[in-house]
Design a protein around this ligand. Structure first.
Ligand SMILES: [Zn+2]
Length: 104
């Protein structure tokens, strides 16, 4: 099995940054937690921008978590949609990619 320890460390660091960022967005939104973002997305224009940032962050956190699970399971670097190996260049540019360029 290929050693992904470097990628894993990189992803874990990125995950930590994103979680911190999500917490800051959360603070900016006052009492509302991440789970409320969907329901309140259309509340006001100012909040919409924050919600967009928040939702993108949440989506990236999910991708990174999926990649970390894939590393643990030994399926990292394989497209979850078609099962073909994801190109090294793509993983280099987007380490959290769980699908190949064609399926993403
Ligand atoms: Zn694919």
């Amino acid at each position: 099995m290929k050693d992904h320890s470097k990628t894993k460390a990189q992803l874990e660091l990125r995950l930590k940054e994103l979680i911190e960022r999500a917490e800051h967005v959360d603070e900016d939104l006052g009492q509302r937690g991440p789970r409320d973002w969907d329901d309140n997305a259309l509340e006001s224009e100012g909040d919409e921008v924050l919600d967009a940032v928040g939702l993108a962050t949440v989506a990236e956190i999910k991708m990174i978590r999926d990649s970390l699970i894939a590393i643990d399971e030994g399926t990292y670097g394989v497209c979850t949609a078609c099962g073909i190996a994801i190109s090294a260049e793509r993983l280099e540019a987007l380490p959290e990619a769980t699908q190949c360029r064609r399926c993403a």
